[in-house]
Design a protein. Structure first.
Length: 248
């Protein structure tokens, strides 16, 4: 009897077509429902606000091209504590160490402090949107997969955007590494004006780069919102009867 009971139990386990118990499936479904509402609220409310906020920042005085003058002045101030050597002093290897430093560029650092959270936030939104679309993909079936192809194309677009935005974040860190190397050369060779000139050019370039990134983030939000909005029905219901919609 015990052996027969064991066989019946194994038969039930082998014939079952579900990965998890009903309770666990319900738990996951509740999470998905809550997650879908959260992401759809981000798409409908947060994305339009972000477009307007970034456009306002891009057009503000903080990122105006006239601000380049303030960037140059901040660079000059950061060089003001460098000790310039006399012509008859020995070479750097035999010269006694002097107290001198190159300070940060307050204007550029202030802008980095503003734009870095925006980059990080967009990456998080991209991951949420990608997961949202992925969870909406139905099980694999033959035929009627036009909507699924739209979902896959949307995932590809969001993934590409996410990777490009991550590069911007890395570039913020590389700015400080390159600037630090140049600053060390300035302290070591204070009479070599090319290093000081390079620092000035590097700070200006970073300012213009931040300005371009701000505009790029705005366009990314705008394009993502536009693509998902135009194809919202197909993304949410990929296997509806009407297959005449185009992806763009």
């Amino acid at each position: 009897n015990e052996y027969k009971s064991y066989l019946r139990q194994k038969k039930v386990e082998m014939t079952g077509n579900s990965l998890a118990s009903d309770d666990n499936k319900k738990l996951v479904e509740n999470y998905k429902e809550s997650f879908f509402k959260e992401v759809e609220k981000v798409l409908s409310d947060v994305f339009p606000k972000k477009i307007m906020e970034l456009d306002e920042l891009y057009k503000s005085d903080k990122l105006a091209l006239s601000q380049l003058t303030m960037v140059r002045q901040a660079t000059q101030h950061s060089l003001s504590q460098v000790v310039v050597t006399e012509e008859n002093e020995p070479p750097p290897s035999k010269r006694p160490k002097k107290t001198g430093q190159v300070t940060k560029n307050d204007v550029v650092c202030g802008l980095i402090a503003i734009i870095k959270p925006e980059i990080r936030e967009l990456v998080e939104y991209c991951n949420q949107v990608k997961m949202w679309i992925q969870l909406l993909i139905p099980k694999i079936e033959d035929g009627n997969n036009f909507g699924v192809s739209i979902q896959e194309e949307a995932i590809s677009e969001v993934t590409s955007v996410c990777e490009s935005v991550k590069v911007y974040y890395d570039e913020m860190s590389r700015y400080f590494v390159t600037r630090g190397k140049c600053a060390s050369k300035i302290v070591k060779y204070p009479n070599l004006e090319d290093y000081s000139r390079y620092l000035l050019e590097w700070d200006e370039k970073q300012f213009l780069h931040i300005r371009a990134i701000t505009n790029e983030l705005k366009m990314i939000y705008c394009c993502m919102f536009d693509i998902i909005n135009k194809n919202f029905d197909k993304i949410k219901h990929p296997r509806s009867q009407n297959n005449t919609n185009l992806i763009y």
